[in-house]
Ligand binder design. Structure first.
Ligand code: CTP
Ligand code: CA
Length: 226
């Protein structure tokens, strides 16, 4: 991967980033969540901002935060509120990066009161959440770039390429699960970039900050191509 860097790479560009996990309410005190830390999304936000972009960071419940003057953080909790926050800002964005680990399902009928312990077996009815990237992908105009992520445990390449096409992405970044030190809870990551042309680029195992720099450079590359 060629690595360019300039503080004006994204000057005048508006960037929308979804990041972190979502928390889907079961009742007032419980939720369905996941292990996403939000670190990768935050690192990308800081990298884009450092290269001159104005960033809206739509962030699910997370320990991470930033003071960067070019980043406005919009905190959200569940998939539906993340979608609404993203949809509201989508038109104004030049580049959208969908880095959030959005829950695929949400409790169909969250309880108004704390649920009481009763039978030995219990189940919670779930319904499918809105697909933020796929929905906004259908509204994408020719001047906008959409970047997505995928994390797979099997048929990595085939699944990543499927999502690239289905969600109308201009690039998808596959997080490798099969490498020690890569993924959710680690500070390092190893990624593969796939493009609609069929080309791909593979990174080393690197700190998330350096992966973020590679991602920003790859976005710069595709934005000057089109
Ligand atoms: N995504 C999203 N909204 C969702 C689910 C996913 O915006 N409700 C985005 C993610 O942020 C990521 C991409 O879509 O950029 C792929 O997410 P992933 O979970 O890998 O794909 P899914 O379509 O949910 O498929 P599955 O989980 O079944 O593999
Ligand atoms: Ca999913």
């Amino acid at each position: 991967i060629q690595h360019f860097y300039s503080k004006s790479d994204f000057k005048g560009k508006k960037v929308l980033i979804t990041a972190g996990p979502t928390q889907e309410p079961i009742d007032p005190v419980r939720y369905i969540g996941n292990h996403s830390s939000g670190k990768m999304g935050l690192a990308i936000a800081e990298e884009m901002a450092t290269r001159g972009a104005q960033v809206d960071l739509i962030l699910g419940p997370s320990q991470v935060s930033t003071q960067h003057p070019n980043i406005r953080t919009i905190p959200v909790t569940h998939a539906q509120s993340m979608y609404e926050a993203a949809k509201e800002r989508h038109n104004a964005a030049d580049i959208c990066i969908f880095a959030a680990a959005v829950a695929d399902y949400t409790p169909a009928l969250p309880a108004k009161e704390k649920m009481k312990k009763k039978a030995d077996d219990m189940s919670i009815a779930l319904k499918k959440n809105v697909d933020i990237a796929a929905n906004l992908g259908q509204e994408k105009s020719s001047h906008q770039l959409h970047i997505g992520f995928a994390l797979e445990t099997q048929q990595e390449e085939e699944n990543a390429k499927g999502k690239l096409a289905k969600k109308n992405f201009d690039m998808i970044i596959l997080n490798s699960m099969n490498d020690q030190g890569a993924g959710f809870k680690h500070d390092t990551n190893k990624v593969t970039f796939y493009y609609p042309s069929g080309e791909k680029d593979v990174s080393e195992l690197l700190p998330k900050k350096e992966i973020a720099a590679l991602i920003a450079s790859a976005i710069k590359k595709i934005s000057t191509k089109s």
